[in-house]
Design a protein around this ligand. Sequence first.
Ligand code: CU
Length: 172
Amino acid sequence: MKKTILTLSAIAFLAVSCNNNPSTTSDEQSASSANTEASVDNAGTDENDGADITINAGDDMKYDLSEIRVKEGEKVTITLRHTGKLAKEAMGHNFVLLAQGTSIADFTAKAIQASTSDYIPAGDNAVLAHTKLVGGGESDTIEFTAPAKGTYDFICSFPGHAAMMNGKFIVE
Ligand code: CU
């Protein structure tokens, strides 16, 4: 027991001795304390730092959420998780937030043509935010700022999915 304490003391002494070299370690010391502060700051603000939402969807072609509520202007983080096993070519899912006034039928008719871009029509103003298309076991996370107050539709734009995979995105 006594021997252990002595050994620890020796290690502590060596550590202190190393840090006492003034010319080479002062930069490293200030750099490491700056890093510590940065990570503490992040940890301290995470709790009130916007809305963090996870949506699951599996091989049964369903989202596990039919409604998402956020606050106007806040940072929204959405993670889409594909909990199934099927490949994205057969049972791909995405999350597409549509501008108000968008006809889901019209949009999906365009989206079905966009197989090379994850069924997201290029440059379409109707798309406010979207994840990539994911297959079984995959996930994707996106961040965006909540739009103006109101109710928006979100859908999966994979061909044939929007009829089952849709919900309301409500900004309060
Ligand atoms: Cu889908």
